[in-house]
Design a protein around this ligand. Structure first.
Ligand SMILES: [Zn+2]
Length: 229
């Protein structure tokens, strides 16, 4: 572990004296159940707008770790960004702020869609702006076997936001828009694409919200039948 990473832990993760190798970021094990990059990004907070919300991204380091988990960044990309961020804390804080703002924009847009409402004009404008920036930095790059979408200016601390913004634009303008759902679990506001055959998926995950909801219904039924006796 090098000096920059120790500082990275202090400055960026809000934890004292930690480095990349010493602690697990919760972003490391965050479940990717959205079915689209932009929805998974929205799900890095559960309980949007509530003081009791569960935040998975507590600083720039978490953001980079999560983006590595989501497949946007390679191990090397994440390492470089975390090191760079440690030497430019103000820029890293600003990039993190932009990431959270984009995440909330994405959440509001797709939460509205999931509930059959229209996204707000300001949120659409913000997404358009983020998309424009993403497009301005996107490029096609050759690989050994063909071509991939790549990005210019990967020294920018917020370059991971470009693919996220383009993912949101793509989903919003696709036929999959009608399959966007909000979890029906109590206190859960995760978003996901319902790819089930009968389009009846109600919960983000069966083992968390699904089983909890079933257990709650079971106890409610038991209590009701006890009441009748
Ligand atoms: Zn849920």
């Amino acid at each position: 572990m090098n000096e920059a990473m120790v500082r990275g832990g202090q400055i960026l993760g809000g934890r004292a004296q930690i480095g990349m190798d010493e602690t697990k970021s919760v972003a490391e094990t965050h479940r990717l159940i959205g079915g689209a990059l932009c929805l998974d990004m929205a799900n890095t907070l559960n309980g949007h707008g509530k003081p009791t919300g569960h935040e998975y991204l507590k600083g720039y380091r978490d953001l980079a770790v999560w983006c590595r988990r989501a497949g946007i960044l390679t191990d090397r990309d994440a390492e470089v960004l975390i090191r760079e961020a440690a030497s430019q804390p103000a820029q890293a804080a600003a990039a993190f702020e932009r990431a959270i703002a984009l995440r909330e924009t994405i959440y509001r847009i797709f939460s509205a869609i999931a509930h059959g409402a229209s996204p707000g004009a300001a949120d659409l404008a913000a997404l358009n702006e983020a998309r424009r920036e993403g497009l301005a930095h996107s490029q096609i790059a050759p690989t050994a076997g063909g071509f991939v979408m790549d990005w210019t200016d990967k020294a920018a601390l917020d370059w991971m936001l470009w693919p996220i913004a383009l993912s949101a634009a793509e989903l919003l303008t696709s036929g999959n828009r009608s399959a966007i759902r909000a979890c029906a679990g109590q206190g859960c506001d995760w978003l996901f694409l319902d790819a089930s055959r009968n389009h009846m998926r109600r919960w983000c995950t069966m083992d968390e919200c699904g089983n909890r909801s079933k257990a709650r219904r079971f106890y409610a039924r038991s209590a009701a039948s006890r009441g009748r006796r």
